[in-house]
Design a protein around this ligand. Structure first.
Ligand SMILES: Cc1ncc(COP(=O)(O)O)c(C=O)c1O
Length: 409
């Protein structure tokens, strides 16, 4: 089919109607740019360079985010992957140990397990892309794994009552991967506060954006002490953190290796003004997501699964299943939409990094997870960054519908 023919179908006059980038990442607020520039101008970029914790932007960020989450401790890291790696070390993971994790997540997660020389045990995915608690129970029993590293992939929330029952039943060490789960809750309680440790990402596509960066959260004094040391605090530098217990630090100071995974002062500067902004962009996401859903959700070939009534989602992206379509039709849908200026992906095709069959390094590339295969096969992923206006969202909806009708014609 000719490109012009496609455009005529979607727009009047052969002109593209998408003149915005739905995937453009959030800029850093001016206040963050000013703090970052000031730190760079003064040459104070290392988190332990300021004389006291009060002068350290990283320590300030940690305290502010801890207060925001209602958690006792936050340790800044250079990525969410690093925070999760540190968490696996704190859980006592040894090479060859089995770690329960999602079959549907981004490959950074099995990669962290690989980094720890452990073995992932992949757990099935439900229709709304959360972990299936029954399969978790089964796999925990079968494998004997003692650690669960669970992703809230794209901010989708599994039945946390059922998950927590399994965690208790098998006495699992529970690490929450909240890379996509800012402002996300279950029954009013924030995700990241359910497990022994929660890990957030501040890589640019995430709710808080600093290019790179990670956040380790816990209520446990010993885990926090270890996290600071694993991240690369040495000698008495722990004094430049808020809230670490001196006795624990003295005891552990030379016992824990330092993996140089510290947060950077410039990262903290970029992030500090983004904490209060989270609630603001959350509102935009919820509004835009509901609008797009109202436009495309009733199409016969689209299924937008509803979150569990107890879940409160961030909604910074939208996922929907294409139903009653062949793989070539789904591929054509992606291709034509991209030409129209609306890039999307489908998790289950084109060797996507969120398709477990692509993770050949973990020896889990077989079609042995039928629910996951089915639930990613036609799962479309659409970025909805907070700069999008209501008009932009209406245009996105119209393009989705018209491209769909075009490829099905
Ligand atoms: C679900 C999920 N978990 C963890 C990560 C790792 O985050 P980071 O890039 O900060 O290491 C990502 C990255 O995109 C992710 O998508």
């Amino acid at each position: 089919m000719m490109t012009n023919e496609r455009r005529r179908l979607v727009v009047e006059g052969g002109e593209r109607i998408i003149d915005f980038n739905n995937k453009a990442f959030k800029p850093v607020p001016e206040e963050g740019i000013a703090m970052a520039s000031d730190a760079m101008r003064r040459g104070v970029m290392y988190r332990y360079q300021p004389p006291t914790k009060e002068d350290s932007l990283t320590a300030r960020f940690e305290k502010t985010f801890a207060d925001y989450m209602g958690m006792k401790h936050v340790i800044g890291t250079n990525s969410c992957g690093s925070a999760m790696y540190i968490a696996l070390n704190i859980a006592g993971v040894e090479p060859g140990d089995k770690i329960l994790t999602n079959a549907f997540t981004f490959h950074a997660v099995p990669s962290v397990i690989h980094h720890a020389r452990a073995e992932p045990v992949l757990v099935e995915t439900n229709r709304e892309w959360g972990m299936d608690a029954e399969d978790l129970d089964r796999k925990a029993a079968e494998s004997g794994a003692k650690v669960l590293l669970m992703s809230y992939m794209r901010g989708h929330v599994p039945d946390m009552d059922a998950v927590m029952e399994v965690v208790k039943k098998h006495d699992l060490f529970f690490i929450e991967d909240c890379a996509h789960a800012y402002c996300t809750s279950w029954d009013g309680r924030a995700l990241g506060t359910f497990g022994h440790i929660g890990c957030f990402s501040t890589q640019s596509s995430k709710g808080m954006s600093a290019g790179e960066g990670g956040i380790f959260v816990t209520n446990d004094d010993e885990y926090a002490a270890k996290a600071a040391l694993y991240a690369g605090s040495y000698e008495k530098l722990w004094q430049k953190h808020h809230g670490l217990d001196p006795e624990i630090m003295d005891r552990l100071q030379n016992e824990i290796p330092g993996y140089s995974m510290r947060m950077h002062e410039v990262t903290a500067a970029m992030l500090l003004p983004q904490i209060p902004r989270l609630a603001v962009i959350h509102e935009i996401h919820v509004r835009n997501h509901a609008l797009l859903r109202s436009i495309i959700g009733d199409h016969a070939n689209i299924e937008v699964p509803s979150p569990h009534p107890k879940a409160g989602n961030f909604h910074d992206t939208m996922q929907f299943h294409l139903v009653g379509m062949t793989t070539p039709q789904a591929e054509a849908f992606l291709d034509v939409a991209k030409e129209e200026g609306l890039p999307m992906q489908i998790f289950g095709i084109r060797r996507n990094a969120r398709d477990y069959r692509s993770w050949t390094y973990v020896d889990a590339h077989r079609d042995d997870l039928p629910m996951t295969v089915e639930n990613i096969a036609f799962a479309v992923d659409l970025s909805m960054q907070p700069h999008l206006t209501e008009d932009n969202v209406r245009v996105m909806g119209r393009v989705v519908l018209e491209v769909l009708d075009h490829v099905l014609a």
